[in-house]
Design a protein around this ligand. Structure first.
Ligand code: GRF
Length: 219
């Protein structure tokens, strides 16, 4: 079975979605450990409650970014991870890290990339007057929030949405659905990316990221 290590920094709701998916058989038994970049992240308790080993590796304990990333890599490789899954991990990774895990490093970003990379995406979508907003699962490369996209889930922004309600809707209606599915494809060996950044699912090369409609259609 493929082994997955999850990196978090905060609430850990995406981590929880993965734990729940594993518990309900929508994800095989693949989660082997969780690393948090913050000792007080609530996600650490979620990991421990699920019986997963959890380690805190905090940037303040290291002299620079490469040293911090090297410590992450040591722990991830100690756990013999096949896939590394970023779930609200609020650190920019060095090229050394992204190259080490190239093709087996996933992230979820709360916007319809390439719209709104970076932080405060829900506020940005509202400020831009976007009719649609959502979240994207993508392979991680050196380009911040710019790696090859796998699946995007979209919802309609409502006039009465605030940044907070929009964030909540994206989490509940989109993120909790698309991330466990993408990780399930990954550990089943169904998901690939080639040197040109083309994403493959089974024997099909994706011309565009998959959508919630594709999920409903039974991918
Ligand atoms: C999510 O919106 C995720 O898309 C983004 O950071 C947030 C993390 O939330 N990368 P959580 O820690 O999974 O609750």
């Amino acid at each position: 079975m493929k082994r997955v290590v999850v990196l978090i920094s905060g609430a850990g709701r995406n981590l929880q979605a993965l734990i729940d998916a594993q518990r309900h058989g929508r994800l095989p038994d693949c989660l082997v450990g969780v690393i948090s970049s913050r000792a007080d992240a609530p996600g650490v308790q979620r990991a421990r409650d699920a019986g997963l080993p959890a380690r805190c590796i905090t940037p303040a304990d290291f002299t620079d970014r490469p040293e911090f990333d090297a410590a992450l890599m040591r722990q991830i490789d100690d756990w013999a991870a096949d896939w590394v899954v970023l779930a609200g991990f609020m650190r920019i990774l060095t090229p050394g890290f992204t190259q080490h895990y190239a093709g087996r490093l996933l992230n979820i970003h709360p916007s319809l990339l390439p719209r709104h990379p970076g932080l405060r995406t829900h506020a940005a979508a509202r400020a831009a007057g976007d009719a649609r907003h959502g979240a994207t699962v993508h392979f991680v490369t050196e380009a911040l929030d710019g790696g090859p996209r796998i699946i995007q889930g979209a919802l309609m922004v409502r006039p009465e949405d605030t940044d907070e309600t929009l964030a909540e809707r994206v989490m509940v209606e989109v993120e909790r659905r698309i991330y466990p599915q993408a990780v399930a494809w990954a550990v089943a060996g169904r998901l690939t990316v080639d040197a040109m950044g083309r994403v493959g699912l089974d024997d099909r090369t994706l011309q565009a990221p998959l959508s919630l409609d594709d999920l409903e259609a039974g991918f």
